[in-house]
Ligand binder design. Structure first.
Ligand SMILES: Nc1nc2c(ncn2[C@@H]2O[C@H](COP(=O)(O)OP(=O)(O)OP(=O)(O)O)[C@@H](O)[C@H]2O)c(=O)[nH]1
Ligand SMILES: [Mg+2]
Length: 187
């Protein structure tokens, strides 16, 4: 995938702030700190277009990035971050659901799960919810560099089972360039 241009467009705290629906959109969702923003940077071959952090809860708004003037990549705040007060996490949940459920230009949701761990109940819920609304989903297992080579297949198999997938998830590591094209191909 050749990236000619990648620009930040806007951050939305509520649905009325979403850009007027026009170009197709691909959203990146998953648990806090799982590597959503990092995956977007990787795919775009940029280090700092999207802000990342080792502290969970970095992305708190829905951020829209316009790519090649052809489509948007959309960074969605993470879920399952216990330090956020419940009132705030409810508000995020409403925002995320409004976007994932109603957005007419949304073509695919990349659901990122941590390759090291069994998918959480919230990962499973989001997958089932997306299936219910018939949203096409691509599962990507992140931080694959943190697993020993011999462990990778076992972990991917577990993710496949837990999320009832027909295909083995794709993998990503921010340290390896080689994996990106495979993800682009699917997108
Ligand atoms: N080793 C390694 N670290 C990663 C990888 N992907 C992300 N990280 C690290 O994990 C932390 C979280 O990454 P982010 O991309 O900010 O995670 P996020 O899912 O956007 O998190 P929120 O915005 O808080 O929901 C950062 O310290 C990243 O550097 C990876 O593939 N390998
Ligand atoms: Mg983020």
């Amino acid at each position: 995938m050749k990236i000619h241009s990648a620009e930040f467009v806007l951050s939305a705290a509520s649905p009325w702030q979403f850009p007027v629906p026009s170009l197709p959109e691909i959203a990146f969702a998953g648990r806090s700190n799982v590597g959503k923003s990092t995956l977007i940077n990787s795919l775009l071959n940029r280090k700092k277009l999207v802000k990342t952090s080792s502290t969970p809860g970095k992305t708190q708004l829905i951020n829209f990035f316009k790519i090649n003037d052809e489509f948007y990549l959309v960074d969605v705040p993470g879920y399952g971050f216990a330090k956020v007060p419940e009132s705030v996490s409810k508000q995020w949940q409403r925002l995320i659901e409004a976007y994932l459920q109603e957005r007419e230009t949304l073509r695919k949701v990349v659901l990122i799960v941590d390759s090291r761990h069994k998918p959480t109940a919230q990962d499973r819920q989001l997958k089932e919810w997306l299936d219910f609304y018939q949203r096409p989903v691509l599962i990507v297992a992140s931080k694959i560099d943190k697993l020993k080579r011999g462990q990778i297949q076992k972990h991917l198999k577990q993710i496949k089972q837990e999320l009832s997938l027909d295909k083995t998830p794709l993998v990503h590591s921010s340290l390896e360039k080689g994996r990106r094209e495979e993800i682009w191909k699917d997108l």
